[in-house]
Write a protein of this length. Structure first.
Length: 232
């Protein structure tokens, strides 16, 4: 039986997928600024959902500013920390890329102390986690792919003076999701804080991780999968 599969190596599959995505975006009349294109393509690559070509919103110069901050952190041995609201998002973030930048990623959600804090305060673990992250890493990158209460916490913290390097707001769901995203984006615009937010109900931990990876790959110069040591 003749093999009809033209692309079988990981790097070839990813590169061809990105080519197809870029072509379909053009066919749909969706124009993405070059600075944001790698983020949008990676999210679509993760989800096969072209709605993200229109519902991903970026504050002005968000991508450029975050890449510069990641690179600066590597140069000064003060790498940034990503704080996620799920261990799933944490597991999906590229650890080799973090290491190259002297950066780190963590999630407090499963810690017993966070469970106790949330119970005592009558909040969610995601809310308590963001509060902890803001205290320990005030210039961190805050990433929510699951809990709108994480975005509510971050919005409150920003109003109280928190100035994170970036907020990724892509929780998925039906309750408080749309409102928390729109509020966060407005607060970040007002305070000139970089933010990437998926408006509407769609999102998820996989989307959050893919946004982080697009930024990390750009910062370390490995958008091309071959440069990540993938099969040739």
């Amino acid at each position: 039986m003749m093999n009809t599969y033209e692309y079988t190596k990981p790097a070839d599959i990813e590169k061809e997928s990105m080519r197809i995505i870029e072509g379909e975006l053009a066919d749909r009349g969706i124009v993405i600024p070059d600075t944001n294109l790698n983020v949008v393509k990676r999210v679509i690559h993760t989800t096969a959902d072209f709605d993200y070509g229109e519902n991903l919103h970026f504050t002005e110069n968000a991508v450029e500013r975050v890449i510069a901050a990641l690179q600066h952190g590597a140069q000064t041995d003060s790498g940034l920390t990503f704080i996620t609201d799920t261990n799933m998002a944490l597991s999906g973030i590229s650890k080799p890329s973090l290491a190259k930048l002297g950066a780190n990623a963590l999630c407090y959600m499963a810690e017993e102390s966070i469970m106790k804090e949330a119970k005592a305060a009558g909040t969610t673990r995601a809310y308590a986690s963001m509060m902890r992250g803001a205290h320990e890493y005030p210039n961190g990158i805050f990433v929510s792919g699951n809990a709108p209460t994480a975005l509510i916490a971050i919005s409150e913290l920003i109003r109280d003076g928190l100035r994170p390097t970036l907020v990724v707001g892509v929780p998925v769901g039906f309750v408080n999701v749309v409102e928390s995203k729109e509020e966060l984006f407005a607060v970040c615009e007002e305070q000139d804080i970089p933010a990437i937010v998926a408006f509407g109900r769609k999102g998820g931990s996989n989307v959050a991780a893919s946004i982080c990876n697009a930024l990390l790959y750009s910062a370390v110069g490995t958008i091309d999968p071959l440069k990540r040591g993938w099969q040739k």
